[in-house]
Design a protein around this ligand. Structure first.
Ligand code: ZN
Length: 116
């Protein structure tokens, strides 16, 4: 008998597994077990690549793109803001990731202006 693969179902399960693995990585990071935490991130990304599933938006910025450590502010990462950017520094390898937040600032100003 031919075993049929159901792509949609496979991808849905893959996405679920990725979320589970990222949650595990988060809890390991919280307990300062860097090795395990990194391993979970690695597995989650590997599943994503295999089944062509993106990293869930919630976890997109939550790991170091260089060493795959799970980035938990104050535990494994340092977060600083300035010049319309958020800089997240990985405390294990020192890589810095920068994200813009100018738009958020603008939105906030707009809401405040409306409130007054
Ligand atoms: Zn790193």
């Amino acid at each position: 008998m031919v075993k049929r693969r159901h792509r949609g179902m496979e991808r849905r399960i893959a996405a679920e597994r990725m979320v589970t693995l990222f949650r595990l990585a988060e809890s390991e990071a919280l307990h300062r077990r860097a090795g395990r935490s990194r391993r979970y991130v690695e597995l989650a990304r590997r599943i994503g690549m295999r089944y062509n599933v993106r990293v869930p938006a919630l976890f997109k910025r939550s790991f170091c793109k260089k060493c795959l450590a799970f980035l938990l502010p104050s535990v494994t990462a340092r977060v600083r803001i300035g010049r319309g950017r958020v800089a997240v520094t990985c405390t294990s390898c020192g890589a810095v990731q920068r994200y813009p937040y100018k738009r958020e600032q603008k939105d906030r100003r707009a809401t405040r202006a409306r409130a007054q």
